[in-house]
Design a binder for this molecule. Structure first.
Ligand SMILES: Nc1ncnc2c1ncn2[C@@H]1O[C@H](COP(=O)(O)OP(=O)(O)OP(=O)(O)O)[C@@H](O)[C@H]1O
Length: 233
């Protein structure tokens, strides 16, 4: 592991990104320390998912650098970045619908060489009882558990998680908050979420994004919720 002295595992500097002629990210700079929990908030279409996709290699920035574990990863392909230990949990994809929970986990184990499913079941005991159920027949919350469970195989250093609470009941959202705090003992997390009460429970720092730019960085836990609202105005 090459984590730098100040413990920064991921550093994004001056990143721009476009879809064709349409520029959606402007001069994005952010950093993430080892085992830190950072949230990104902002309105629909602000560019949050695009930012995660740039970091994970699905969208290539038109400018800037993304240094992960001491290495500029711009231009690397998503599977290469995942193999280096930086995993992206998509907003609505990631569970193979026709495969069972077991088969879904097997695919990730095959890719990572990590067959320690006990760790997955420690975080998400319910998955054990659903082991033979097909992905298509899982509830939204169960799918979310499976996607995160798959992502933690291989012990990633960084997890990027896109809208984990979307469509989930409040009880499950609370459980997820506890799981994320536990997960961050092993991996640093960047979570994109519009649920500000969830964000204020889990995030140690928040970046607010508006129209493709980071408009504020909020470090004070007391004011995370209040300040995060500013990017919705
Ligand atoms: N594949 C694409 N091709 C063209 N434009 C895109 C594509 N994906 C996203 N966009 C546009 O880029 C902008 C940023 O989208 P992005 O999905 O990153 O925003 P977001 O903040 O994650 O939004 P949401 O909260 O609704 O998921 C939006 O204007 C969106 O329409």
């Amino acid at each position: 592991m090459k984590i730098s002295e100040n413990n920064v595992i991921l550093q994004v500097d001056n990143v721009d990104a476009s879809y064709g002629e349409s520029k959606v990210l402007f001069d994005i700079c952010l950093k993430l320390k080892s085992r830190e929990r950072v949230a990104i908030v902002g309105r629909n279409g602000a560019g949050k998912t695009t930012l995660l996709k740039c970091i994970a290699g699905f969208v290539k920035p038109t400018r800037g650098t993304i240094v992960y574990d001491g290495m500029n990863i711009v231009g690397k392909r998503p599977f290469e970045i995942a193999r280096l230990g930086l995993k992206y949990v998509h907003q609505d994809k990631g569970v193979f619908q026709d495969l069972t929970v077991k088969e879904n986990l097997e695919l990730s184990s095959y890719a990572t060489g990590d067959y320690n499913w006990d760790r997955v079941f420690e975080y998400f005991p319910k998955l054990k009882s659903l082991i033979n159920r097909k992905g298509a027949n899982l509830s939204g919350g169960e799918k979310q558990m499976l996607m995160i469970g798959r992502a933690i195989l291989g012990n990633p250093k960084v997890l990027l998680i896109d809208e984990p609470t979307e469509g989930l009941a409040p009880g499950i959202v609370n459980d997820l908050a506890a799981v994320f705090c536990e997960l961050s003992k092993a991996s640093a997390l960047i979570i994109v979420d519009q649920n500000l009460s969830f964000v204020s429970k889990i995030a140690q720092r928040v970046y607010a994004v508006k129209e493709g730019r980071i408009v504020s960085e909020i470090k004070d836990e007391q004011s995370i919720k209040e300040a995060a609202y500013s990017c919705y105005l």
